[in-house]
Design a protein around this ligand. Sequence first.
Ligand SMILES: *Cc1c(COP(=O)(O)O)cnc(C)c1O
Length: 341
Amino acid sequence: MPRTDIDWAKLGFGFSDVNCHIRYVWKDGAWGEPQMVKDPYITMHIGASCLHYGQECFEGMKAFRQKDGKVVIFRPDENAKRMYRTAQRCVMPPVPVEMFIDAAERLVRANEEFVPPYGTGGSLYLRPLLIGTGPQIGVAPAKEYTFIMMCMPVGAYYKGGIKPVRAVILDNWDRAAPHGMGDVKVGGNYAASLFAHEKAKHDGWPVELYLDAKTHTYVEEFSTSNFLGIKADGTYVTPDSCSVLPSVTNMSLKQCAADLGWKVECRPVPYEEIKEFVEVAACGTAVVVTPVWEITRGEEVIKISEPDSVGPHLQKLYDTVQGIQYGVLPDAHGWCHEVKI
Ligand SMILES: *Cc1c(COP(=O)(O)O)cnc(C)c1O
């Protein structure tokens, strides 16, 4: 049962203490046994490869308490597969998909009282982390790794329903190069975008949109979320690029759009095409969809929609995904992974 000493309505998106996290160590070529650890601090060698050379990757996913009381994790297999690919790209021992899902189940079970009650709009955010913890000063993969999965209850991102934001394109900074690390979930991508993000925020734009690093002519994605646009005929368009992170939310929204009978296009999206969209959104696990009502690039300001209204397509997509997550709409594709408490 959910704890009664937490004000669930007041929860934001941030760290809070829970019962424990789960930890595994890889050495001598194999993953060790899971440990449930209460202490949120970690001791590691000062020569650890994650500290010096960024041998690090992470994931983000959510567990929901559904209407009928079941606790489910949304598509953990997709996060497991993505972390597998990211680990391979960073020459880290991949966490087997079954071990990843088992870790998520153990973690949720051990922290069940922190899964927010149904109806509060909250969820338990799960944060998997894989880091090189073996000392490595000559540049090479470390010989020891630690896989951690931690969790924290988070509130509904937007208390009074989804709210449109303004976005900016800053041509002086790129997020990810073609064939670089843009398509894998490494912390370095966030470090790379933080400067532009802080500048955008300071100048009044909550999110920044990136164009392709090579030519600055195609739309890629926001710093921490994918880009999607809706055409006047209801077509769902999202960029196809080797430097965009394959978002599980985008994948789910594309499927929902197709299920609703909308056309779905995943292809290069020229910057010039933005004007043709009647609705634009950023999408990711934290918020599902954030409508973008205006996009600024230098002197050019593209107005997509009214600042205070959410387009019907985005609203429908948001309601559909949330409906599946909270168990009020049928889970036709088996996305909700039940955790037996
Ligand atoms: C995590 C992430 C996203 C969103 O992915 P989801 O799986 O939908 O949460 C989008 N872009 C980047 C760069 C990311 O790191």
